[in-house]
Design a protein around this ligand. Structure first.
Ligand code: ATP
Ligand code: MG
Length: 569
């Protein structure tokens, strides 16, 4: 028989103060609410409350996987080195891979992900196209020896992942399996109460995407994103920057004195023009030692990833190098620079005809410079980081910016692993072919942290019902007499109605109980006090809104049960 939980018995050691090691709200609150404890860097124990929430996230995942016909199973966490050697990853996976050796001197890895294991599993057993498609998944601890484990569950070394692998006979089949997972992943975020955007991580050659990351929007997120209401969303690193041109003053090429600080901001203020109307210069040395001057709209930054792509591993020019190439810090420009300097400009400036650029002399700029007439641009490239206000590459509307936490990722793998590992099946035409695969991962423990990032306030966690460790907390202000009796009656009725209830039966002051209730963040609180009971009512507080209402003791259980059940999703 189900019973309510007594707070006096609950193993959930709360902390009064913010732990010094925690920066992120989710990290602080999960520690303070007594939900997680650190064993060592990046290794966390999930205490009873966290575990209840994790099981709920897993239940949502299982439900959605069942809906698309994926089958749950479990493989060993430890993986023999041979299959990683077969796939080629043994040699290329970096120090994040924890390798170990057993007493017989055999090598193993602690799986950071399990493509090899699943390919090895189906190899020789999934034999015919008639058995396809198949999608297998598991929910399991992974280990990655992260260089900087931090932010609690957000970037652990051991963490819980749901990983799925699809096997199809052909590309169309794989795409279908991929789309099914992608859609299920969107629903999983939604059902867990996460506002997330699908960000295209990699676009396929024939249009469409071959990998998408779901990013939970949160200030604390490690990824910088731009997105648009039309559905476009991209990592700033990858987004194409579509920047409206703003021309500088004048059309005749002319030197002007600019006694300002040598920054774009001060230049724009001095001339009374926008930063965008200026041109920003970055001087770098490309991997092949070529000196390069990159020109960008003044309010945009050089994108590191795009620059690496264009120039290989590059370095900013030192002051000596600038001097050698005729460039003057703060006043750089293509005119007057050494002939060896390659001039590369952002593609958004291609039609621009009046450039305000440095004159390579301290305190001087050149206005009205025109490429092709006054200087040459050797190459036009997409170099700028996209930012808020740039045009959406899909629909042209102004982009918005946000930060995100990667909670999951879906991938079309094609035959990468099946070919490397010789995993084939007999197709309809009688030929042996490698499986077309997809892989799909959700960070289960990271999802929990992301939910807290999106659902908290200055008092504590604000659980959405679907992920809450308990749904209702009952707070009797007296641990005996009629107050206690009413509390117990409500707890029993709610429990009977299938609601998950915790009762704060501790002999603590009301203030302590209220603070803990807000910190632990159960969606509904029922406060039972002497005065209310005399009038036949208790106070129901909704944690998310802070709204309070007096509800008759006889009705409170059905009132709350209806609300909670409706919010479960
Ligand atoms: P990241 O870029 O954040 O390191 P990843 O792209 O390497 O993540 P994947 O290989 O795509 O991660 O793994 C699938 C999911 O597992 C991620 O979307 C994330 O939710 C989760 N995950 C990955 N690394 C960690 C970690 N160190 N701690 C917690 N969860 C993680
Ligand atoms: Mg990823």
């Amino acid at each position: 028989m189900k019973k309510y939980m007594k707070m006096s018995q609950l193993y959930s050691p709360t902390l009064k103060e913010d732990p010094a090691e925690a920066e992120l709200a989710s990290h602080k609150l999960l520690l303070r609410a007594g939900m997680i404890r650190k064993t060592a860097a990046g290794l966390y124990s999930y205490l009873p409350l966290a575990w209840r929430s994790l099981l709920k996230i897993e239940a949502v995942i299982r439900d959605e996987m069942e809906g698309i016909g994926a089958q749950e199973m479990l493989v060993p966490m430890i993986v023999p080195a041979e299959i990683w050697q077969d796939s080629g990853r043994w040699d290329v996976y970096g120090p994040e891979l924890l390798r170990l050796r057993d007493r017989h001197e055999r090598d193993f890895v602690v799986g950071p992900t399990h493509e090899e294991t699943f390919v090895d599993l189906v190899k020789n057993e999934l034999r015919s196209y008639k058995q396809l498609p198949v999608t297998l998944y598991q929910i399991q601890d992974k280990f990655r020896d992260e260089m900087r484990p931090r932010f609690g569950l957000m970037r652990g070394r051991e963490f819980i992942m749901k990983d799925a692998y699809s096997f199809d006979a052909n590309v169309e089949g794989m795409q279908k399996s991929y789309e099914d997972q992608k859609e299920a992943y969107a629903r999983i975020c939604e059902r867990c109460g996460l506002k997330a955007l699908p960000v295209v991580a990699d676009s396929g050659q024939i249009g469409g995407d071959t990998s998408v990351e779901y990013m939970a929007l949160a200030e604390a997120g490690e990824a910088a994103l731009v997105y648009c209401d039309c559905g476009y969303a991209a990592d700033v690193e990858a987004a194409r920057a579509d920047i409206a041109i703003e021309e500088g003053p004048g059309t005749e090429c002319e030197r002007i004195e600019t006694p300002c600080e040598g920054s774009i901001e001060s230049l724009a203020v001095f001339l009374g023009i926008s930063e965008r109307a200026c041109r920003k210069s970055f001087a770098i040395i490309a991997e092949d030692e070529t000196p390069v001057l990159c020109l960008l709209p003044g309010d945009h930054e050089l994108n590191d990833v795009k620059a690496e792509h264009a120039f290989g591993h590059y370095d900013p020019m030192s002051e000596e190098q600038m001097a050698e190439y005729g460039l003057v810090k703060g006043y750089m420009g293509p005119i007057g620079a050494d002939k060896r300097v390659r001039v590369v400009a952002d593609v958004s400036l291609r039609e621009s005809t009046s450039w305000l650029i440095g004159a390579n002399e301290a305190g001087w700029h050149i206005k009205g410079a025109r490429p092709g007439r006054d200087f040459e641009v050797d190459e036009w490239l997409d170099l700028a980081s996209a930012k808020e206000g740039d045009r959406c590459p899909k629909c042209g509307a102004p982009l918005k910016s946000a930060r995100g936490i990667e909670v999951s990722q879906v991938f079309q793998l094609g035959t990468k692993y099946s070919e490397a590992m010789g995993a084939t099946f007999m197709d309809e035409d009688g030929k042996e072919k490698p499986f077309q695969m997809g892989c799909y991962g959700i960070g289960v423990s990271r999802t929990l942290a992301a939910v807290v990032e999106q659902h908290h306030d200055e008092h504590g966690i604000v659980w959405p019902v679907c992920v809450a460790p308990y749904e209702v907390e009952i707070i009797p202000l007296d641990a005996k007499g009629e107050v206690w009796d009413a509390a117990e009656q409500i707890a029993n009725e709610l429990t009977e109605a299938g609601i998950e209830v915790v009762v704060d039966d501790r002999k603590e002051r009301p203030g302590v109980k209220f603070n803990d209730a807000d910190l632990m963040g159960y969606p509904y609180q029922v406060v039972c006090g002497k005065r209310g009971i005399k009038n036949g009512v208790v106070e129901v507080k909704e944690r998310a809104t802070g709204e309070r209402a007096d509800v008759a003791i006889a009705e409170v259980a059905s009132y709350l049960a209806n609300r909670v059940i409706a919010e479960r999703k």
